[in-house]
Design a protein around this ligand. Structure first.
Ligand code: AMP
Length: 175
């Protein structure tokens, strides 16, 4: 069973020239969804993780299912202004301008061993910002995991240079 074969590519979304890697076709397939989560559960089941942290929005789907199966808590990292209680934020660069992600200040405690999860790593900007947030709160990041890596965009290498271990279930060439 191939995870990669169940991911749909939508050309020119959300704009001209982008190949959008759409995991909704993987998630709607009961075998595809189960195999995806099980592969991650097998990888991390012995890892003594305190919390899984997922990045909005598709990181919530994968991260919450994984946390549930591992029997640990789930923490969301959201776009600015979405979380109701006191937050800490981290700005990051986009192609044009900047964006900001946030986490609740009490979401993790110093020394927590966490796993960062998102659906896809491209340039790595989002994941590195998430790592800075977690590190700033004293969290220990065991690994950053993704369903998809786009290695040509260099994000996994950048995350490695930032000192993180990176794991992905499949790769696509190009952007
Ligand atoms: P980046 O910060 O460049 O690594 O972008 C990662 C974030 O953007 C992830 O949350 C992805 O969901 C989304 N993303 C970036 N490029 C794509 C793509 N080609 N297909 C699907 N999602 C993407």
């Amino acid at each position: 069973m191939s995870i990669k074969s169940r991911i749909r590519t939508v050309q020119h979304y959300p704009k001209q020239g982008i190949m959008f890697r759409d995991i909704t076709t993987l998630l709607k397939d009961p075998v595809g969804f189960r195999v995806t989560i099980n592969e991650l559960v097998n990888r991390y089941t012995a890892a003594k993780i305190d919390r899984v942290i997922g990045i909005e929005a598709r990181g919530f789907i994968i991260g919450a299912a994984l946390a549930f199966q591992l029997g640990v808590g789930f923490v969301p990292i959201r776009k600015k202004g979405k979380l109701p209680a006191e937050t800490v934020g981290q700005d990051y660069e986009l192609e044009y301008g900047t964006d900001c992600i946030e986490m609740h200040v009490d979401a993790i405690t110093k020394g927590d061993r966490v796993l960062l999860v998102d659906d896809l790593i491209a340039t790595g900007g989002t994941a590195i910002a998430a790592c800075k947030l977690i590190e700033g709160m004293g969290g220990e990041i065991l690994e950053c995991c993704f369903v998809i890596d786009l290695p040509d965009l260099g994000g996994s290498k950048s995350l490695g240079r930032h000192g993180q271990k990176v794991f992905s279930l499949c790769e696509f060439e190009g952007s």
